[in-house]
Design a binder for this molecule. Structure first.
Ligand code: FA5
Length: 351
């Protein structure tokens, strides 16, 4: 090995033996193997060598480079293990003088409205179902009459996972599984399908006073012979009147497009923050979109194994997070996900 290379080798070995932390190791790596590192710099001397010398010199520099890389990797493993052991063996120190936190916990406002809605729908004979937050494209879109490349997919900006699955954008993603679960009882025993399924949804959306990228919805479906829009309106009105303890709550129904219902509606309630005069929480419209709904599309029923010639049904997708805002007068949706215990402790389930 050339003298220059040998000198670098022993300098490297000596410096490496003095390294005691990962930060020092990183600095050493840059000093020897970085773009301007001394081992990298050895290759710059090649110009002054004969062709024969170049061959040996190049091979030796590469050998030193590999040796340095292996030694650094080995040292890194050893240092990580050492740091982990130090952490494990560290004796925790307790300050016995810190006063204990005696403040009791409280339920989150979203949990409170969810429980309230569950209680209301349970009393109307609905089952409560739980569903995964990671779902397939079939569950979230295709089974809901939204084929691949359908423009309606742009209505919801979806987080896809590397394995092709996705984070549920809507609780409607559980509809198909619910129909398949209960269709035999419907067809063979004449038991209507009545189910609600609350859950967390995710959309890649910019946040503002009434939008978050993570929020809760509660889906509801009812399927039987002769279910009509009247059943839908009755269920929605009952639920809202009970949640707000107000049978005069102003509600409006507008036409709305969702590929899985026909006809489809947007159900808005008058903003409970400003009393309907307009504020940032309702984007100054006086109304808040709360619960889109409609009559289940025949294609969706068929996909769930239910004959749309014999059965009809309604579905709704209640925005639970927005319902919590309206119920508890929370002006900005982001305060609900903020996790401030002081602010959350104001809400109680004393009803
Ligand atoms: C849907 O998600 C449909 N799956 C609802 C549906 C179900 C329609 C069954 C018909 C039949 P939409 O994207 O509008 O629709 O969301 C429904 C509700 O969820 C909204 O009205 C709103 O209350 C709430 N919501 C939607 N996006 C957000 C968001 N980014 N932040 C907070 N709440 C949201």
């Amino acid at each position: 090995m050339n003298d220059l290379i040998l000198a670098q080798k022993s300098a490297f070995e000596s410096d490496l033996s003095k390294v005691t932390s990962i930060t020092e190791l990183e600095a050493l790596k840059v000093a020897y193997l970085g773009k301007k590192g001394t081992i990298t710099g050895l290759l710059k001397n090649m110009g002054s060598l004969s062709n024969e010398e170049k061959k040996d010199y190049g091979r030796d520099v590469n050998e030193l480079k590999n040796l340095a890389q292996d030694a650094i990797a080995e040292k890194l493993t050893a240092l990580k293990e050492q740091e982990m052991m130090a952490e494990i063996n560290a004796v925790p120190t307790f300050d016995m003088d810190i006063p204990a936190n005696t403040q009791g916990g409280s339920y989150h406002p979203i949990t409170l409205v969810q429980r309230k809605c569950e209680e209301i729908f349970r009393s109307m004979g609905f089952n409560i179902e739980d569903y995964s937050e990671i779902v397939t494209d079939y569950e979230c879109f295709e089974s809901l009459n939204i084929p691949k490349f359908h423009p309606a997919r742009d209505m919801q900006d979806t987080y896809y996972l590397d394995n092709g699955q996705l984070l549920k954008t809507q609780t409607s993603a559980a509809q198909n599984a619910i129909y398949k679960k209960y269709k035999d009882a419907l067809i063979n025993e004449g038991k209507p399908i009545k189910a609600i399924f609350p859950g967390r949804c995710f959309r890649n959306e910019a946040t503002d006073a009434c939008h978050e990228n993570t929020f809760f919805q509660m889906e509801g479906v009812m399927v039987d012979k002769d279910i009509s829009i009247a059943n839908l309106i009755y269920s929605m009105k009952t639920m809202l009147a009970e949640v707000f303890d107000n049978y005069d709550l102003k509600v409006r129904l507008r036409p709305g497009f969702f590929p899985f219902v026909e006809p489809g509606f947007e159900l808005d309630i008058s903003c409970q923050i400003c009393g309907g005069v307009g504020c940032p929480s309702c984007k100054h419209s006086g109304w808040l979109e709360l619960c889109p709904c409609g009559m289940i599309h025949p294609n969706v029923l068929s996909e769930g194994g239910i004959d749309p010639e014999k059965y009809t049904g309604f579905a709704f997708g209640l925005g639970l997070t927005r319902l919590a805002m309206m119920k508890y007068g929370v002006k900005d949706i982001r305060d609900l996900n903020g996790g401030s215990l002081n602010s959350l402790a104001q809400f109680s389930d004393d009803e």
